[in-house]
Ligand binder design. Structure first.
Ligand SMILES: Nc1ncnc2c1ncn2[C@@H]1O[C@H](COP(=O)(O)OP(=O)(O)OP(=O)(O)O)[C@@H](O)[C@H]1O
Ligand SMILES: [Mg+2]
Length: 272
């Protein structure tokens, strides 16, 4: 766990803005985003489609640069953090290599970093089991459903036990039952590894279940409008009972109202 000992926050975004130049003119995707994610903290981003969630993730992952502001990942530039393999990525598109088997896709980062073959095989088997794909280890991505492909991508992002996971709607393609199982698994994994997570989702219950804090964003240009602590706390493994507690329902309501811009306690949204 020494890899995870650090005092620098996992992510520190200060005054981040991002404008895309398009043929139709500039598109302001993000403005004035300030956010700090502590090491080991689980933070979800939630907000309407097009509000810049994926853009923000891409900036943290060094796949694009901000127009304004400053980003640090464990106190370093995103580019340095990328070089140091500080983070793993599971994004909306699974992004698998079609000519590689499930096992070889999961093991790709380990292979790139020259992990010994037998250690790699053991780790890949463990990861395949974790995401319920043991029986498909020898299959190719086009032989899998969309949800199964997404699970391969999740296993791959976990391969090197990164201290930061960037996950952009990783469970969006899963059926409800698998999705809830994956949420519990993810909660267990992050509690075990101490990894920080930045997680994008459109599901309010999913955000509340998994997160220590939920970040609510406004429609484009995306800004952070509300930060909600779930009160569940970092390092706590979420179990199925949590979903049935009053505290959980209250937080779901609080996030929903923040998202809709209604005051907490207002009855205007009842019945939705
Ligand atoms: N490469 C790009 N070039 C031009 N505009 C872009 C580019 N990437 C994103 N945008 C624009 O930036 C805005 C934010 O897009 P982004 O993909 O970050 O939204 P999002 O919050 O992830 O939405 P969703 O919930 O639908 O995934 C959108 O208006 C989008 O059209
Ligand atoms: Mg997106």
């Amino acid at each position: 766990m020494s890899k995870h000992e650090t005092t620098a926050p996992a992510v520190r975004a200060t005054g981040i803005g991002k404008t895309f130049d398009t043929k139709a003119g500039p598109v302001q995707a993000l403005t004035d985003v300030d956010l700090e994610v502590a090491a080991g903290e689980f933070v979800s981003l939630i907000g309407p489609s097009g509000c810049g969630k994926s853009t923000l993730m891409r900036l943290v992952a060094d796949l694009d640069g901000p127009t304004t502001g400053r980003l640090e990942v464990f106190g370093k530039s995103p580019a340095q953090a990328r070089q140091d393999q500080d983070y793993g990525i599971a994004f909306q598109q699974a992004g698998l290599l079609p000519w590689r088997t499930v096992a070889d896709n999961i093991g790709l980062p380990l292979e790139l970093h020259r992990m010994d073959r037998s250690a790699r095989a053991a780790r890949v088997a463990e990861l395949a089991e974790l995401v319920g794909l043991t029986d498909f280890a020898g299959s190719y991505p086009d032989q899998l459903s969309g949800g199964m492909q997404q699970r391969v991508a999740i296993a791959r992002s976990l391969a090197e036990q990164p201290r930061l996971l960037l996950m952009d709607e990783p469970f969006g393609a899963l059926d409800e039952m698998t999705r809830e199982r994956m949420q519990t698994e993810l909660s267990r994994i992050v509690a075990e590894t101490g990894a920080a997570v930045v997680f994008v989702t459109h599901s309010i219950p999913e955000a509340v279940f998994l997160s220590d804090r939920v970040v609510v964003m406004s429609p484009r240009p995306g800004r952070i409008t509300t930060l909600i602590s779930t009160g569940i706390g970092p390092g706590v493994v979420r179990d199925e009972q949590l979903r049935e507690t009053t505290g959980f329902f209250e937080k779901v309501t609080e996030v929903r109202e923040a998202l809709h811009g209604a005051p907490v306690g207002s009855s205007a949204r009842e019945g939705r």
